[in-house]
Design a protein around this ligand. Structure first.
Ligand code: UDP
Ligand code: MG
Length: 323
């Protein structure tokens, strides 16, 4: 007797949305076409509205009414991309695999079947890796600098050309949900959890419409999260800098004592040297305090144990008056 065919795998696509009114209709159309073309999987899309100030949430709600494969998760305010992503992953519970992607169609949905194919071939984590980058100018330079620094600092190197776009299998998703930290740097955590990983190459496009919702400041903060949560090297560098300055101090002191013992006069000059030294040491100490502060602030955020995000209460039909 033949075994019944296994049920098709459930694939959930998680998409953070913040003021994406302009791209949502095209996103829905392309995802629907994809879902309809690949009937060998059960598809769901979880769109997390991260406190949009435009009608994005209403658009998703309307889409979900038309097509129940689309689900809206609403956060109570704008918590930022990483929190929105976490909310989406939490709502993908039970899926066999989760695809994470941006709403702006820089990550083309047409790549998703390739991610799924790599997962079916045995990879638990699939990264969509850019063959090209659409960004230019300052953003591009920033990305390049970050990846060079991060590659040096972290014990868990991340693929410089892959971002959020990718797939997590069930086990990787479960591992990800065990990570309690608030400051999340998704590509780093994805590298940290391990598991067999595959790469799928693709061409990254410009946004389909609208402007980038991640401000440059946010990206810098995200980059700092990456460095400070994956490396203690900044602290160690401070220790080295301290040792170096202290050694210089000793050497200088010994030199001046010898100078006196040999019978030379102390010159009254040296104002410039003094001012330079005082400013230099002051600077080193302030940088040191700053680096300590970065770690301390993160420790503080972690011990507060606030939730990563708050959900908006679901809109329900008004209750009938009680008799
Ligand atoms: N996004 C979000 N919350 C934010 C900012 C952005 O959920 O506070 C979403 C945004 O809607 C998009 C994704 O995160 O789906 C990436 O944002 P964006 O395209 O602005 O960033 P970039 O392409 O510069 O990384
Ligand atoms: Mg984008």
């Amino acid at each position: 007797m033949n075994d019944p065919a296994p049920p098709p795998p459930t694939i959930t696509v998680v998409i953070p949305v913040f003021n994406e009114q302009a791209v949502l209709p095209e996103l829905f159309a392309r995802l629907t076409a994809l879902f309809d073309a690949h009937r060998d999987c059960t598809w769901r899309a979880v769109l997390v509205d991260d406190g949009s100030r435009d009608p994005s949430a209403a658009l998703v709600r309307a889409q979900s009414a038309r097509d129940p494969r689309f689900t809206l998760v609403e956060l109570s305010r704008n918590f930022g991309f990483q929190a929105a992503l976490s909310a989406g992953l939490a709502h993908a519970h039970g899926a066999d695999a989760v695809v994470t992607m941006d709403a702006d169609l820089q990550d083309p949905p047409e790549i998703i079947p390739h991610l799924v194919a790599a997962w079916r071939d045995g990879a638990e984590i699939v990264r969509a890796t850019r063959r090209t980058r659409a960004e230019a100018g300052l953003r591009r330079a920033g990305f390049d600098l970050f990846h060079r620094v991060f590659g040096r600092l972290s014990d868990f190197p991340i693929e410089p050309n892959s971002g959020t776009f990718g797939l997590l299998g069930r086990h990787a998703l479960a591992a990800f949900e065990q990570l309690p930290e608030r400051h999340r740097f998704f590509p780093g955590l994805r590298a940290w959890i391990g598991f067999p990983t595959a790469d799928v190459l693709y061409d990254r496009h410009e946004r389909a419409a609208g402007v980038p919702q991640q401000t440059f400041r946010r990206l810098v903060r995200y980059a700092l999260d990456g460095v400070f949560s994956f490396s203690h090297l900044p602290l160690r560098l401070l220790t080295y800098a301290g040792l170096f300055v202290a050694l210089m101090g000793f050497a200088g002191g010994a030199f001046f004592i010898l100078w006196r013992l040999l019978g030379f006069e102390n010159s009254q000059q040296g104002f410039t040297t003094l001012v330079t030294l005082v400013l230099f040491l002051g600077g080193v100490q302030l940088i040191g305090i700053g680096v300590l502060g970065e770690y301390l602030g993160r420790v503080y955020d972690e011990v507060k144990r606030r939730p990563h995000y708050i959900l908006k209460p679901a809109v329900t039909a008004p209750r009938a008056p009680q008799p």
